[in-house]
Design a protein around this ligand. Structure first.
Ligand SMILES: [Mg+2]
Length: 244
């Protein structure tokens, strides 16, 4: 796979995952570091893309806005369950009916295994085992029980050393498709940069709209057309786009 060519900013829209793309993944979600210059880079990108820039993350929207200070005009949190536009207005999906049952089961798992980290995102729940790889199987079992208790309104989403229970039918691909149907995105070519399994739906959505996905990090089976090796390469590529 090749690095993506630098596109014409007058004709494209950019969708960026956060963890593993704009920032290096940290042992705990709250420990990521936003490198100096990233906020200024995002603001330059937003200007040269005429506002067609969205950060699309599995994190809660409030965390994205905390780390990036709203430098991207559009932000999507919880894989699409939360959104904010340049006017600052926030929209949020309703909680799944089985969410409380699932939360109880995962809280129990986290208290049985203190090295597991339960990240309560409000509408979604993530169980992390990054600091304790031997607990992966226990985490998956607990998440499977929690999904069964929650029912079909919630679905499991595997990630890197994490399993997440999120609202079913909401994913980054549907979020990208939805934004691309609206101003200022409509009529342009979407490019999605992501590193995780959760980004595959958005890679397929971008390709389906005539654009492409860019896989960041080690190669794997993917729907992305291009790849970049790491976060530093993403920063270089984004800088090249602002200079084109
Ligand atoms: Mg990521």
């Amino acid at each position: 796979m090749n690095a993506p060519p630098v596109p014409d900013p007058a004709r494209c829209a950019l969708f960026l995952d956060f963890d593993g793309v704009l920032v290096d993944i940290a042992p705990r979600p709250d420990a990521v570091q936003v490198a100096p210059g990233i906020l200024a880079l995002l603001r330059r990108l937003a200007a040269c893309l005429h506002g067609r820039l969205a950060v699309v993350s599995g994190r809660p929207l409030a965390e994205i806005d905390h780390f990036l200070q709203r430098a991207a005009p559009h932000a999507v949190g919880l894989h699409g369950a939360e959104r904010r536009g340049p006017d600052g207005v926030l929209s949020r999906a309703l909680p799944a009916p089985g969410l409380e049952k699932a939360r109880h089961i995962l809280q129990q798992a986290a208290s049985d295994h203190p090295a597991l980290l339960l990240e309560d995102k409000g509408l979604a729940l993530a169980l992390h085992w990054r600091t304790a790889p031997e607990l992966g199987a226990s985490a998956l079992q607990a998440a499977t029980r929690a999904q069964a208790a929650a029912g079909n309104d919630m679905a499991l989403q595997p990630g890197k050393m994490v399993i997440e229970l999120k609202p079913a039918r909401i994913n980054k691909g549907s979020a990208l498709t939805d934004l691309m149907a609206r101003a200022p995105f409509a009529g342009t070519t979407p490019i999605m940069l992501g590193d995780d399994l959760t980004d595959e739906t958005a890679f397929r959505a971008a390709a389906g709209l005539g654009g492409a996905g860019v896989l960041v990090g080690p190669l794997r089976e993917t729907a992305a057309e291009y790849c970049l090796p790491d976060v530093a390469a993403v920063h270089d590529w984004l800088s090249a786009l602002t200079n084109s």
